[in-house]
Design a protein around this ligand. Structure first.
Ligand code: PLP
Length: 424
């Protein structure tokens, strides 16, 4: 298959003809090795992610491009809903189970500990409400949640709103752009219900000492939620070793998939009794029986249900099948490359920026020795800096007074040099 820019641009127009990106479903199985997740390599990553050939893309923490392997899988699903089973492949419960298994391998969890959601923040809401944090104050009890300034603003907002229901919110201030276990120790007490942190901060890539913080939380009877959307896929995560009770991630960042799908982990010992489901729907039961059709077995209720065990108790209705189809291949790709290798590939690029950008007037706000592929800097004039990068066809995230650079598998040191040259 010849994947060039012309094919890339004409891909969507090819929908009607059953062809995407210049290759038919049959081609995608027999085509060159770069199209298959199983053949992932850093050497072919530039080809596997065509976006990276159109601009110097260094904002993978914002949105990671999808690879051809993932888009081909999504396309097969689109062809199924367009033309029926003859032209494509359905993506259903069995395939979603594979997604859970693959994701479980990535974060050290069982498939039965993973629920499908729509996004990261759905998971954090399920934790906040499932632990009953919206009722703590109403029932006259005492209860606090501990977060810190570097927690994702959308996550902190959940507890800001629950303050209206009487929840106490403790926000630890960052010092030198990090928050240590000692600071958590000062904030946590016996009334702490939940410690909620962003395992790798979206602000500056800071990696929390999750194990030390969860030990403190657990010793006080509190649970730990981690937003891992900036960690899963680019930093080794082992939920058990890190003492994480619940965590959540969307698939459109380092999981290299699409928007509309989230993966939510609940430690099996906490399912049901500790973390109660707060929404209900047909993903939560496997078998059900009608009792009102002619000849149906008799029953007092119109329908009876057999509820499912496992994290499916947190699922409600259908999630995005197309995102699921893409995600299965994206996870295979990530696992083939290996998260350690992904990090080892990207980290030297961050190190170079951390060494060089302060000399150009961009103070670094990523703590020294930070082991993640995200580096952030202060920017005096975001507009001016943005304009310089735009001129050089370089994309980093510049917002507020922050510039965040997040290289991934397809980036090379020359990309970082382009950014540095543009700002010199
Ligand atoms: C740390 C973090 N959490 C959550 C989100 C977004 O949440 P959701 O996946 O629910 O859209 C972002 C998006 O930038 C993020 O950086």
């Amino acid at each position: 298959m010849n994947l060039d820019r012309r094919h890339f641009l004409s891909g969507s127009a090819a929908l009607g003809s059953g062809m995407f990106f210049g290759c038919s479903p049959a081609d995608s199985k027999s085509a060159g090795p770069v199209l298959r997740a199983e053949d992932a390599s850093f050497e072919t990553a530039r080809v596997a992610f065509p976006w990276s050939t159109r601009e110097v893309y260094l904002n993978n923490a914002g949105r990671h491009p999808c690879g051809i392997h993932a888009v081909n899988a999504a396309r097969e699903y689109l062809e199924f809903i367009l033309g029926g089973p003859g032209d494509g492949a359905n993506f259903g419960e069995k395939q979603f189970h594979e997604v859970k298994e693959l994701y479980g391998q990535l974060i050290g969890a069982k498939a039965s500990e993973i629920a499908l959601t729509q996004s990261t923040l759905i998971g954090e809401n399920l934790v906040a409400l499932g632990l009953g944090l919206h009722r703590v104050g109403l029932l006259g009890g005492k209860g606090n949640v501990v977060v810190d300034e570097l927690h994702y603003h959308g996550g902190s907002y959940i507890y800001r709103r629950l303050q209206e229901a009487g929840l106490e919110l403790r926000i630890i201030k960052q010092k030198d752009w990090q928050v240590t276990p000692e600071e958590y120790e000062r904030a946590i007490d016996k009334n702490t219900k939940l410690v909620s942190l962003t395992l790798v901060s979206n602000i500056n890539g800071y990696l929390y000492d999750a194990k030390a913080i969860s030990d403190i939380a657990h010793a006080n009877g509190a649970y730990v939620y981690a937003d891992i959307v900036q960690a899963a896929g680019c930093v080794p995560v082992d939920v058990r070793a890190m003492g994480i009770d619940f965590c959540s991630a969307s698939t459109y960042k380092w999981l290299m998939g699409m928007r509309g799908l989230g993966l939510f982990y609940v430690r099996e010992e906490l399912q049901g009794e500790v973390l109660k489901p707060v929404m209900y729907g047909d993903k939560q039961y496997a078998n059900f029986e009608f009792h009102y059709f002619p000849g149906s077995p008799a029953g007092d209720e119109p329908v009876t249900y057999e509820t499912r065990e496992g994290a499916e108790m947190y699922e409600v209705g259908n999630v995005s099948n197309i995102a699921g189809a893409a995600q299965r291949e994206a996870l295979k790709y990530i696992l083939k490359l290996g998260v350690d290798n992904i990090l080892a590939h990207a980290k030297p690029m961050c190190d170079k920026l951390i060494a060089e950008l302060p000399k150009l007037g961009y103070p670094c706000i990523t703590p020294p020795g930070s082991p993640t592929p995200i580096a952030a800097f202060l920017v005096e004039s975001p507009e001016e800096t943005n304009a310089k990068l735009k001129k050089a066809n370089v994309v980093a995230k510049i917002k507020w007074k922050q510039m965040r650079v997040s290289p991934s598998v397809f980036n090379m040191m020359e990309d970082v040099d382009r950014l540095l040259n543009a700002l010199s």
